[in-house]
Design a protein around this ligand. Structure first.
Ligand code: NAP
Length: 341
């Protein structure tokens, strides 16, 4: 709706009047939002999270955090499958009325209306609510798996793009993309949701030495229990000089690949200072600033390839579930941490 002609992600405001739903759309009854970590932490810092969500959705027609620019995804039940979706070869056409699904496209481009918020779960960054949402023909949704609690699957789907993309980067390294097999890998925020998944994926994909960074012992202990990283450096990723130096000491030199999975701003330089010329940095974190990364790397004359963490990779939802099924400790940690009320 505003500005006219803008595609939904970039729009300031979407039409969330669901009295008219089109044939190339899927209508959902919304039960739960999974707010992305950077956005939840930012809103928590401001005060009442529920009130901020209601206000954002009221004014924007979508949960698009005006400060972080990020969203999350949702869990809901299919209420109506548009008649034109099959003809358009949309993957949504495979769904049926009544299916319980998690959306795999961002809330920042999903028309949403919230009737009421039932509860806010600060531990899991999830919001139990009632409302409606629409997915377009180009959107994606995954049916909830029968073998995992819904709040756990939702948490994993939220960051589903991370692990398959890190695995792909390490596969590429084997074939010469990063210069050598057994890439040395740094994971900032290795004890968080995406940090644990990417650590496990990197290990399985044949990474060499993996070093993780975590701010405090609690998150570090999960990473230690998973056992995918060789060494954990306790430190603040905002302290670029200190953390990069300690991580390189633990890794035995500069890194071929750095992955940023933190949920706070100003961690760009830790990754840049620790990565070798010709290396790759994968910024999965939504708190990453393009400006700070690009100009920061220029400022220290570091010739690194910086990748924006695309939320999508082919078959990312299936691959992330497969990883959870293949890694019993990872699955246990996810269930302990994300199984909701
Ligand atoms: P998470 O579970 O909250 O994990 C973040 C981890 O980073 C936590 O363990 C946290 O530790 C740690 N951390 C925070 N500040 C740190 C610091 N200064 N130094 C060291 N460690 C620090 O988050 P997530 O769900 O994995 O998400 C990670 C990032 O990816 C977020 O920015 C999120 O918004 C983003 N994201 C991106 C996409 C995409 O498509 N690219 C999709 C979804 C989410 P504490 O627990 O101690 O704070």
């Amino acid at each position: 709706m505003d500005p006219p002609g803008t595609l939904p992600q970039a729009a300031r405001r979407l039409n969330n009047d669901f009295d008219s739903v089109y044939d190339d759309e899927l209508l959902l009854e919304v039960e739960r939002l999974n707010i992305d970590s950077a956005s939840f932490v930012q809103m928590e810092g401001q005060g009442d999270v529920a009130a901020q969500i209601l206000e954002t959705v009221r004014t924007r027609g979508k949960q698009h955090n005006p400060v972080t620019g990020s969203g999350g995804m949702l869990l809901g039940r299919v209420a109506r499958v548009g008649a034109a979706l099959a003809e358009l070869k949309s993957p949504l056409a495979e769904l049926q009325k009544g299916d319980r699904v998690a959306t795999l496209v961002s809330l920042t481009l999903t028309p949403l209306k919230i009737d009421r918020i039932v509860s806010v779960d600060p531990k899991r960054h999830q919001i139990v609510c009632a409302g409606q949402a629409v997915l377009f023909a180009s959107g994606m949704a995954a049916k909830m798996p029968p073998d995992l609690p819904e709040s756990v699957a939702l948490a994993a789907f939220d960051v589903a793009g991370a692990a398959p993309q890190v695995a792909r980067l390490i596969e590429n390294a084997r074939q010469g993309g990063l210069g050598k097999p057994g890439a040395r890998v740094l994971i900032l925020g290795c004890g968080g949701k995406s940090g644990l998944l990417t650590s496990a994926a990197a290990r399985r994909a044949g990474a060499g030495r993996i070093v993780g960074v975590e701010r405090d012992e609690q998150a570090a202990s999960s990473a230690r229990r998973l056992g995918a990283v060789d060494e954990i450096v306790l430190g603040d990723a905002n302290d670029a000089v200190g953390v990069a130096a300690r991580a390189m000491k633990a890794g035995g030199g500069e890194f071929d690949l750095a992955v940023s999975c933190v949920n706070v701003p100003d961690a760009e330089m830790s990754a840049i200072l620790a990565t070798r010329d010709g290396g790759v940095i994968y910024y999965f974190s939504m708190s990453t600033s393009f400006t700070k990364a690009a100009l920061g790397a220029e400022g220290v004359s570091r010739d690194v390839t910086m990748i924006v963490g695309n939320g999508y990779a082919p078959a990312h939802a299936e691959s992330t579930l497969a990883l959870l099924r293949a890694e019993p400790v990872l699955r246990e940690i996810f269930i302990e941490r994300y199984q909701g009320p």
